[in-house]
Design a protein around this ligand. Structure first.
Ligand code: GLY
Length: 342
């Protein structure tokens, strides 16, 4: 069983759940499965079988693969067919184990199968622990774009076992720390210098507050996209050679500069963006060879951009969504960013 661990409440009324964070929390799985009343479990895992404890009820193990390529409607259909062949009912439970792409697509399969089966996530990457597995957004990609088909489906529980992170490659740490860095500017406080479990707990805790206030992303939840508008554009402009957390890190430095250029924050706060991103050893410069005009065109496709170019920007009252930011200021700010080869 785990030693001491943190528990964060996601206060969503009759959909409320807890996120447990710490070494060994995966061993809470059987008691959480029992709490759902499930008689059987479908365990979908992108990790070796021993990474997921026995759920304590008859189960089927379904192997999965992390990665955007498998985040498709076809893989959701295949999962649902396997659930059906196993005889899974709405009174049973689905367990997902893997990175954010796995928790996203398994979450969507759980949302759709029998119009909704309980799901418990065991995220194994830092990115999935601090962001993707919490908050109920599930989605798959279409050839036309990322995350275009999805549903809100809150999990029954999330187990962020920090032992899963022991074997994480360096770039996966960068991926997760990009999200932790942006938390500094959306009300989580200064997480530099905290132990890893505390950094994850503080990030999840801030996300839980935001999701509890705006589950369906109609206002406050936009804050979670701090640094993401440019981040997503950089991912696309580099054909995903730049990872999500790397794009968010550069995007965070950029929105600091943009907020400064618009007179929303002073020079010290602009510099704090660079300091925080650097502290986590994350990239701060735009990649060479990507044109500012192309980035602007990509940023116009952002889902939040219902009124011109939109960014979540720091300001006197904290971060907020700012619509219709002048293109010229965006271009000038991009042109002034340092460049480097990645
Ligand atoms: N990852 C952003 C959100 O959950 O809203």
């Amino acid at each position: 069983m785990p030693g001491s661990y943190r528990q964060i409440d996601v206060a969503l009324g009759d959909q409320a759940y807890q996120v447990s964070i710490g070494a060994g929390v995966r061993h809470l799985l059987p008691e959480l499965v029992a709490a759902t009343g499930a008689r059987r479990a479908a365990v979908v895992s992108a990790r070796p079988p021993e990474w997921t404890p026995d759920p304590g009820v008859p189960s089927i193990r379904i192997p999965a693969r992390d990665g955007e390529v498998d985040k498709t409607l076809a893989s959701v259909e295949e999962l649902c067919r396997q659930f059906a062949r196993f005889g899974l009912t709405r009174a049973d439970v689905v367990v997902s184990c893997g990175g954010g792409t796995t928790t996203d697509s398994v979450g969507l399969a759980a949302a759709m199968y029998h119009r909704g089966v309980p799901v418990i996530h065991l995220p194994t990457s830092l990115l999935a622990q601090v962001d993707a597995s919490v908050g109920g957004k599930t989605a798959v990609n279409l050839p036309e774009g990322k995350n275009l088909v999805g549903a809100y489906w809150q999990p029954r529980a999330v187990l962020c076992d920090t032992e899963y992170l022991d074997s994480l490659p360096r770039r996966e740490w960068t991926n997760g720390y990009g999200e932790i860095a942006r938390c500094h500017f959306i009300g989580a406080g200064d997480l530099r210098g905290l132990a890893l479990t505390e950094q994850i707990a503080a990030s999840v805790s801030r996300k839980a507050e935001i999701v509890a206030a705006d589950e369906r992303d109609t206002g406050l939840r936009h804050l979670l996209n701090y640094g993401h508008t440019l981040g997503h554009a950089l991912e696309r402009a580099t054909d995903f050679a730049m990872r999500h957390g790397e794009g968010v890190a550069v995007g965070t430095v950029f929105v600091g500069r943009l907020a400064g250029a618009l007179g929303r924050i002073g020079a010290e706060r602009v510099a704090e963006h660079l300091d925080v991103v650097r502290h986590y050893d994350l990239p701060t410069a735009l990649p060479e060879g990507v044109r500012a005009t192309d980035l602007v065109a990509l940023m116009r496709l952002d889902k939040k951009a219902t009124n011109g170019l939109s960014f979540v920007l720091d300001g006197p009252a904290g971060a907020e969504l700012v619509q219709d930011v002048p293109e010229e200021t965006v271009l000038d700010t991009l042109e002034a960013m340092p460049r480097r080869r990645y």
